[in-house]
Write a protein that binds this ligand. Sequence first.
Ligand SMILES: [Zn+2]
Length: 447
Amino acid sequence: MSIWTDIQRRSAGDIVRKEDSFIYTKASPSVPDLDGETDKLLREVDAFTGYPPFIPGDIHEKVQVVLKESETRDVTVTLDQLNKELSRLEDELEKMKKAGADQEELGEILEKISLLKKIIASCIKAGKTVFTFNVELLGKYVREKDGTPKGRPTIYLMWGTLKTKPNPTALTAIVYVHELMHAYFDMHEDEGGMDYIPHPDIPEIEEPLAEFGMLFFMEMFDRTHPEYELLIEAKTHVKRKKSILGICHYGFGYHLFEDRKTFCVDWVDLFHRSCLCIDESGNDVIDYKSMISPISYPFHEYTCETILFKILRPKRFYFIKEVVGSSRSATKISCPAGTIDRIDISIWEEVCNNKQFQKDYLYLLPMDVVITFLERKGCRIKGNAKIYRRDPKGARIYIESDKDLLSQYAASFKGKVHFLLYEDKPADGPKPAEWIAKMIRLYDYSR
Ligand SMILES: [Zn+2]
């Protein structure tokens, strides 16, 4: 019995038990206790220090796995990118000729070049500046329900497609772990552990990091199970994407993995911790996106890596709070000329007890800070403020601001608003510290 019919049998419909997706256990049908074997795998995974959240009862308990026949996704590239890809292929062809490549290899690249030329010509003829093509998905991670992100975290495996590929067993494991990385990035809740906070959707950042995490995971897996040769398979899988039009940002994960010992080994955790704090409309994100965009990045991977680190650089603390003007109702913050008003914020005990926070803030308050209020559409208000401690334990602080900041705040943010507050830059010499207050929405997906 193949593993595919086995999965189909156990699925009893479309939904399978999530551990069925850990194909590796199924690759060995002689194992009598599949569940026991899965547990063993998960225990080993747990022992991998880099991924404390990957434990049974955490992500694996939350994620459901659905098998789907197939699905395609539209990928749009610009005419400029098509032209760049054409010259890249032509360069490659020259190099291959010099290196004495055989007729078959040359034929493959010539075929790509002629197809690309036809596409470019048809775009020019139709006056189009972009070209859209279909990519066959192998898997996807979603949490949607009725168009909102309120659903249960779900991984789709396109097994109708997967089973037609070479080495489907290894590939399914690779795709599943990649999707698990997305699930891990998506586990953000408010302080009560009830409200789900959606993280920003920036595929240019998230996809290479999911590939990086998958490779890292496979490396650890490979140490205990070298016989499956999953790492080498996974590396080939990601490296290939470096030169595929429209998805080459995935391939950047290969560079991050190869360079991990010299640059950063914690990309996955770094992204998970800081992804709510990413300034999506900031210059770094814009620079990174334009550099990582299809085709151009392979020539400056190191620059992309350093910008990415800057975007994700560790924030020393963050907390989520409903922010209201304290003296009046939130909808009516008004600041008569020359007066100051307050924004009242209570903070997590965890943050109050944070040694760095105490050292820099609680003991030194009142303190000058620069606060930037930021909302998703890019509206920014920046101003000077002073933070004060309001109770002895420092569980509440308030921010007094000049009238400009407060009146702009009142004009831009109506009603009670949830902000994620984090320290963007610690105070440096006489300079005030910088705080970012980023507007977020809370969803309750448990209802
Ligand atoms: Zn992905």
